[in-house]
Structure formats: C-alpha cells, structure tokens
Design a protein around this ligand. Sequence first.
Ligand code: NAD
Ligand code: UDP
Length: 339
Amino acid sequence: MTMNVLLTGGAGYIGSHTAIELLDMGHSVVIVDNFSNSKPEALNRIREITGKNFKFFEADVCDSAAMDKLFSENEIECVIHFAGLKAVGESCAIPVKYYRNNIDSTLTLLETMKKHGVNNFVFSSSATVYGDSDKMPLTEDMPTLTSGSPYGRTKLMIEQILTDACSADPELSVVLLRYFNPIGAHKSGRIGEDPSGIPNNLMPYISQVAVGKLPKLGIFGNDYPTPDGTCVRDYIHVVDLAKGHAKAIDYAASHKGAEAFNLGTGVGYSVLDIVNSFIKVNGIDLKYEFQPRRAGDIPECYSDPSKAERELGWKAERTIEDMCRDSWNWQKNNPNGLN
Ligand code: NAD
Ligand code: UDP
C-alpha cells in the first residue's frame, strides 16, 4: 500500500536517503525542514536520483501555525519525525536549545496530527537510550538510560511522551526506531552525510582525512576491554536504515500502540576495523594516531536486531565494505559536501 508520508528533517542525512527509498517504492513524500543542519541542494539531489517530485515546506516543526497549514494543505497519512538536533557534545553546552527543539517539535506534531486525524508516527530514536549498559547485544526490553547526555535524554523523553500519547489514544500508532551507527551513502555518490564544521562522528572524520581536508584521524582510546582495544559499534548502512523506515510505516499503518525496534546489523566493529576496511576497500592511505579516550564513550555497543526482522520483516543487508566504499564515493565526488 502506498502512502502520503511527511518527513520532518527530510533534507538531512537519514531523511534524504529515506525520501529516496520511499519515492522509489511509489510513496508520496512531503518534506519539512528549516535547514538548521542541512542544505536545499539535498532536495535537488533527491529529485535528480529518483526522477520524482515532492512537496517541500521550509518551516520549523515547532511552529504550530506552519504545521497546521501543512496538514491542512496535504492529506498526510504517516509522519516520520527525523527533525532534531543530534550532536552529543553540543547538547551538553546548550541543553535548553536541545530540549526545546527536540521535544517541542514532537509535541507540536502530536497536537497537529490529532487535530487532523493522522494516527501513524515513526520516530528517529537512538541506541543512546540504552545508556551505558554493559550487557550486549542490546534488546528492546533492556533498561533505558540512567546516565548520558541531554541529547540522549531528549530521545528517551520523547519515547516516553509518545508511549503516553498511545496509552491515552487507542487510535495512535507509534514506531520507535532505535538507530545504531548509520554510515555510508547512496550508491550514486550524489547524496551523503554532510556535517557542518569539523565532524564529530567517525566516518565523516575518516572521509575528510582521506580527501585531505583534515590532517589525521585521532582514535579515541586503544585501551578498552575489546579485542583490539578500540571501541566497538554496530555500524549500519544508511540505505539499509532507510529501507527500515519503509517497513516501519507499513507496520504503523497496521498496528496500534507504541513499539520500539533496534535498527542495526547485530555485528560490532572496532574503530580499527573501520579504519582498516576503509583503507583496503578504497585503496588509499589514512593517517591516524591513538589519542586519549573521549568522555562518555562506552567500550561496546551493538544490537540484537531480531525483533525488527521478526516483526517488521527487515534485515540489514549491506556489508562493512559497502559502507566504506559508499562513504568514500560520496566524499571524493563532493569534497565540499552539498553546495
Ligand atoms: P541531520 O541533522 O542530518 O538531519 C536532521 C534534519 O532536521 C536537518 O535537515 C535539520 O535541518 C532538520 N531540523 C532540525 N530541527 C528542525 C526543526 N525544528 N524544524 C525543521 N527541521 C529541523 O541528522 P540525521 O543524521 O539525518 O538524523 C536524523 C534523526 O535521526 C535525528 O533525530 C537524529 O537525532 C536521529 N539519529 C541520528 C543518528 C546518527 O548517527 N546520524 C543516530 C541515532 C539517531
Ligand atoms: N571515534 C574516534 N575518532 C573520531 C570520532 C569517533 O576514535 O574522530 C570513535 C569513538 O570514540 C567511538 C566510535 O568512533 O568509539 C564511534 O563514534 P561516533 O561519534 O561516530 O558514534 P557514537 O557511537 O559515539 O555515537
């Protein structure tokens, strides 16, 4: 069944890849974004890759008058809420802005959806809601965080708000997608992750070292209790993640209540695994040095993705080699990102 899907934050990294998958599947897409962390060119690239058009609204999702207008002018059937601020370090420096943006946008959407009789909601949550659990792999029923950053707490609070909203409204359907570490890019090399300033995350940092924009990668810690001493994460190709959203909107349309799903591969790779795979797959050199641990990092984090396979019918298919190749293909063809 095809649907008319609103993607908040659809000009961003994960939203733009999801827009491509949904358009390719024949869904109608409406995007709202305020470009606080993205560029209008992303929208041109989505149109170029898919050969399809969609409606775009430049607005802040916290602006309820703008959202009311959007919902009045469009028959939205499902909302995927990507819009949010996502930098862990920045969230410690400006927590109020993070709480305001991430929580207010969600509340505004819930109110507007209710007013317009829209009942299907898919939320971009994160593995960070599990906090510093030392039991791996992580399953959806494990306890959520007791420590962590303001960013992580916005995700947990939003999960709770959405769950409460479902308890009160038997018509509402919410899918909480707990992403692990998305990397990679569309195979065209025309769209990918485009962080502003110096990247915080591993793969954009590696790519920018490889393209000569940064001198070398610092690997944060090589004395962790992991096989090679560097941290282990569950990296997932952004196109696999995007495909998970297509499954999630189907699930939302045929269920009621709130349900959480891990979207990961279930396999953990170390920082050195990623570095070595990037070097090998792309045949390029990469300078790196070991540096002290980064505050807040946990040694290992990887998912048990079996619930998503069982209940959504979704499984990640792309390998670490695909992720490294596609990240580099994007970066080398767009050394300055989307302009
Ligand atoms: P992104 O920054 O590339 O995309 C988010 C988009 O939302 C941007 O285009 C930004 O301009 C827009 N936006 C932010 N606040 C807005 C507002 N109030 N109104 C309108 N637009 C707004 O980030 P991403 O990597 O694509 O992440 C998407 C979602 O997934 C976020 O909620 C993020 O927290 C979550 N997530 C991301 C990761 C990751 O590693 N990338 C991991 C777990 C969860
Ligand atoms: N990392 C690193 N150097 C960097 C960026 C990240 O060594 O410049 C490590 C980080 O310590 C973590 C892993 O790479 O172990 C993934 O970090 P990222 O910030 O991409 O995602 P996180 O899992 O922290 O959300």
